[in-house]
Design a protein around this ligand. Structure first.
Ligand code: ADP
Ligand code: ASP
Ligand code: MG
Length: 409
């Protein structure tokens, strides 16, 4: 059987008719080289934001069901345009929307999770020799309604389809030529990585490196899909995201990520008694809001201040819940702060080396950057700082902790 390649083209790569024609040439070349090809496409760059603004222009909180119908249309257009470009060039192609190839998701509009994909229709078309073009980012729930997978979700469509079809490779074509040690648009000295482990990529993605959506990396890890992140404008090899290899721990820090889309909520004077944390955080979790860092300061008078971070887009909903809980338990008035950012250092080598956290604090202190919150795991250290310092902090941490040099001891 001919090898099966899943290729995903991001918004910039399909951002104009010229670029769609460039993608068509790549798909065609892959077919001509003897492969079966499934191409997953994003909306043309800027389109999803434009569609969101249209819906948001009518009212502040448009129905999530209808918003998904609106924003899923971006991918529908680029899938059909690519199919037209391929057919025009003589390659047999057909576009498929989420519901046509049974991308079943849960019902969480705007951030739905893929539950199952029935690849039968795709396989049948591939067997006939055509290139299948799939609209990324969208699926269908049990009720038959259109859902979307969260921003950057076409990555997840691609990896999930690669898993469902047991593809030989999943290539993510984007506007950078691989995964870098940090965002190359912020730190020009960033280095391209040849390989990165699933776990490191999971951390980088969840900590703000939007080059891959986190759920795509979760799928890749769970189903062992090797992912190749590369540029749609060049032929060069990019970065392979792969299972951990024995020498990967030799590198202490493999990357620095930052996230400007966080907000901090503080609930003061919470009575300090068992069960209260659950009382506050359970309803937030039930709303599907991801709480990241939490700190609790116990004071002398038997109350405590709780501070935690949530995605900025969820802050209003989280505040409504916190206000209600606060009134119930007799805590103080909650406050929120949006001018913060999270900067994180990730590396498998941190498992076996102490001292990276201390070094981070010293480097930031040396620049006069105050740290509001800290959280660590086996392979990462994150700090919350004032948003205005995010680029400076990223550059300083990258300069001293990443690269060939071992960190100063
Ligand atoms: P696409 O539209 O192709 O999905 P995205 O904009 O979602 O592309 O993701 C690519 C962008 O991710 C790059 O342009 C880059 O600015 C950003 N990025 C952030 N961190 C990294 C990193 N560590 N390595 C590479 N790119 C990164
Ligand atoms: N078009 C969607 C977005 O802008 C999905 C994607 O590009 O992956 O988030
Ligand atoms: Mg993306």
């Amino acid at each position: 059987m001919r090898p099966l390649v899943v290729q995903k083209y991001g918004g910039t790569s399909v951002g104009s008719i010229d670029r769609i024609q460039n993608v068509a040439r790549r798909v065609q070349a892959t077919v001509d080289a003897g492969n079966r090809v499934i191409a997953v496409v994003s909306a043309m760059s800027g389109e999803t934001n434009r569609l969101l603004e249209l819906a948001g222009g009518i009212c502040k909180e448009p129905s999530v069901r209808e918003t998904d119908v609106v924003i899923a249309s971006g991918e529908q257009v680029s899938a059909a345009l690519l199919s037209i470009a391929l057919s025009h060039g003589g390659t047999r192609a057909r576009s498929f929307l989420g519901h046509q190839i049974c991308i079943h998701t849960d019902a969480a509009h705007g951030r739905a999770r893929i539950r199952a994909i029935d690849a039968a229709r795709l396989n049948a078309f591939l067997d006939e020799g055509g290139a299948a073009i799939v609209a990324g980012f969208q699926g269908v729930n049990e009720a038959g309604d259109i859902t979307t997978l969260g921003r950057g979700g076409s990555d997840t469509t691609a990896v999930a389809i690669a898993a469902a079809t047991s593809a030989d490779a999943c290539e993510i074509y984007t506007d950078v030529d691989g995964v870098y040690t940090t965002d190359p648009r912020v730190v020009p000295e960033a280095r391209k990585l040849d390989r990165i482990s699933y776990d490191e990529m999971l951390e980088l993605a969840s900590l703000g490196a939007k080059v891959l959506q986190i759920r795509s990396v979760e799928f890749a890890k769970r189903y062992g899909v090797p992912v190749h992140v590369r540029s749609s404008f060049k032929e060069d090899t990019g970065t392979w995201v792969v299972p951990e290899e024995s020498n990967m721990e030799d590198v202490l820090v493999s990357g620095v990520a930052f996230d400007r889309d966080q907000a901090k909520i503080t609930l003061p004077n919470v009575p300090d008694r068992p069960g209260l944390a659950a009382h506050i955080f359970s309803p937030i979790a039930e709303e599907g809001i991801v709480v990241d860092m939490i700190i609790q300061n116990v004071s002398d008078d038997g109350t405590t201040d709780m501070t935690f971070t949530v995605p900025r887009s969820d802050v209003e909903r989280a505040m409504a819940i916190v206000r209600a809980v606060s009134a119930e338990v007799g805590a103080g008035e909650p406050t929120t702060e949006g001018d913060i950012a999270k900067v994180s250092v990730v590396g498998l080598g941190m498992r076996s080396h102490a001292g990276v956290a201390a070094q981070i604090f010293e480097l930031l202190g040396g620049e006069g950057i105050n740290i509001h919150m800290i959280s660590t795991s086996e392979i990462k250290v994150s700090v919350v700082i004032d948003a205005k310092y995010v680029e400076l902090a990223t550059r300083v941490l990258h300069k001293h902790l990443v690269g060939d040099a071992e960190p100063d001891s």
